[in-house]
Design a binder for this molecule. Structure first.
Ligand code: KIV
Ligand code: ZN
Length: 512
């Protein structure tokens, strides 16, 4: 059996299914480029048939990414599969990932199909897909809770039809490591043609065991592909976290004995990019990518690390890309230094016009803030107005007044489809007044379900990064804005959320 472990990243598909994590085409493209830099083997770029927006994102990623296989999810029907194949046309290496539920519960209650109908549909879909693409992954959704005899029949049949990867999802995060590992081993032993496919694990984190289950699927079950997401992003409690699973396999090579293609030095940049794009903040004590992951606070630990770092460190911070709070640029830095730093951070802007806009923003920021950190630059380029995307709403300027004993008031100027409009309001505080000033004009009717402020680089001189989550007619979106002035950051985040609310309205649920 091969000792190469395939890393299949599904941040842009399963990760994006997390409420509020929906990303624009350009955001997805930027993250895909970072995943390619990270050297992930397969990028699941989206679910092409779910919406025109997702189709375009998969297509753009297929055209841009050269070193990783680009994959699209599709339900097990000809229309979805044809749409996935169409979106993937430009890819150097393409994969179609088709799925249908196989557990009794899902077949009966959700699909309202008999097991025999599901078996036939799975076979027919893989046959159809195989005529369009040489690399086909099949997933029995809710596979872990499926009847093992039935699952073996389905998997044998789809391998016979040409599926090249068999992925066994623990869709609801119900598994425990030993049992999941044994389940994969049983399937591989009982499916007669199991050696014709690569076996893959796909674990959700509802009981906090997604990484452990995935590793057991590899160690006990003999799987050679792990499906995971940056920061463990994903529906409900998320998916198996890429950074944790990769560093476990790398750090404990003595135990797993597997090789990985991942360039781990790009992990932290990928984590920050995903966090800043989606507004899903990484907890400080998160393994590998949390701000405290390599911080030693107690005197005994600090003393030990200074004498010999391996007393308390099992990984080197720099191996995963930490260059903590390095002052990278300042007021006097030129355009070339700025461009170089963007490149080092894995940011590729599509045109010189975008570089110019980003550089102008950088200079404006450097006038207000003496030290510019990597985090500042990433926040700056994740601002939608830097990229070429034409957004409906754009921030122009804000004036607000608050004084003890007086009701705060705000006046905002912003653009709607390029035309400047003004809004004015009072509120409970300056942020509330500013967002009400936007609403006085937009009247979106959206409900705010989350508002959070985070200091990007620690001190009060830092930029504030604001996340706003809005909900309207069943859709949940996150908007992110950054600025040294947190009231301005809040207004930018609110406008960014409104932009997302008004796009991709036709998306269908992947698990539908
Ligand atoms: O969790 C799941 O079952 C999935 C499948 C669509 C692969 O994400
Ligand atoms: Zn999933």
């Amino acid at each position: 059996m091969s000792d190469q472990l395939i890393i299949f990243d599904t941040t842009l598909r399963d990760g994006e299914q997390s409420p509020g994590a929906s990303m624009t085409r350009d955001e997805k493209l930027r993250i895909a480029r970072q995943l390619e830099r990270l050297k992930v083997d397969v990028i699941e770029a989206g679910f092409a048939a779910s919406s025109n927006g997702d189709f375009e994102a998969v297509q753009a990623i297929a055209n841009a990414v050269k070193d990783s296989t680009v994959c699209s999810l599709s339900r097990a029907n000809d229309r979805d599969i044809a749409r996935a194949a169409e979106a993937l046309k430009g890819a150097e290496r393409a994969r179609i990932h088709t799925f249908i539920a196989t557990s009794a519960l899902h077949m009966e209650k959700k699909l309202r199909m008999t097991p025999e109908q599901v078996l036939e549909q799975a076979k027919q879909s893989v046959r159809f897909a195989r005529n369009l693409c040489g690399d086909i992954e099949f997933s029995p959704e809710d596979g872990y809770r499926s009847d093992v005899d039935f699952l073996c029949r389905v998997l044998e049949a789809v391998i016979a039809e040409g599926a090249t990867t068999i992925n066994v999802p623990d869709t609801v995060g119900y598994a425990v490591p030993e049992l999941y590992g044994n389940f994969i081993r049983t399937l591989r032993e009982r499916v007669p043609n199991s050696d014709k496919a690569i076996w893959s694990v796909h674990c959700h984190n509802d009981l906090g065991m997604a990484v452990a289950n995935s590793l057991a699927g590899v160690k006990i079950g003999g799987a050679r592909q792990i499906e995971c997401t940056i920061n463990g992003l994903g529906e409900r409690a998320g998916n198996c976290s890429l950074e944790e699973v990769v560093m476990a396999v790398k750090t404990r090579r003595d135990y797993f004995g597997l090789s990985l293609g991942i360039d781990t030095q790009h992990i932290v940049a990928a984590s920050r990019m995903v966090s800043q794009t989606t507004g899903f903040v990484v907890q400080p004590n998160k393994a590998v990518v949390g701000a405290n992951a390599f911080a030693h606070a107690s005197g005994i630990h600090q003393d030990g690390v200074l004498k010999a770092r391996d007393t308390y460190e099992i990984m080197r911070a720099e191996d995963v890309g930490w260059s903590a709070n390095k002052i990278v640029l300042g007021k006097l830095s030129g355009r070339n230094a700025f461009k170089q730093r963007l490149q080092d951070l894995g940011v590729q802007l599509d045109s010189e016009a975008e570089v110019n806009t980003a550089f102008t923003r950088f200079k404006e920021l450097a006038d207000r803030k003496s030290e510019i950190f990597d985090e500042d630059i990433l926040a700056l380029v994740s601002d939608e107005s830097v990229t070429s995307e034409r957004e409906q709403y754009g921030f122009v300027s804000l004036a607000q007044h608050s004084e003890t004993g007086e009701q705060p008031r705000a006046r905002i100027v912003f653009t709607v489809d390029g035309r400047e409009v003004k809004g004015e309001s009072v509120g409970n505080g300056p942020v509330d007044a500013s967002l009400k000033a936007i609403e006085s004009h937009v009247k979106s009717g959206a409900e705010m379900v989350l508002y959070s402020v985070n200091a990007i680089s620690g001190s009060t001189e830092s930029q504030g990064e604001v996340t706003v989550r809005l909900q309207n007619s069943g859709r949940v979106v996150n908007g992110v804005g950054a600025d040294p002035d947190i009231v301005v950051a809040s207004a930018k985040a609110y406008l960014s959320a409104l932009n997302k609310l008004h796009s991709k309205a036709d998306r269908v649920a992947a698990q539908g």
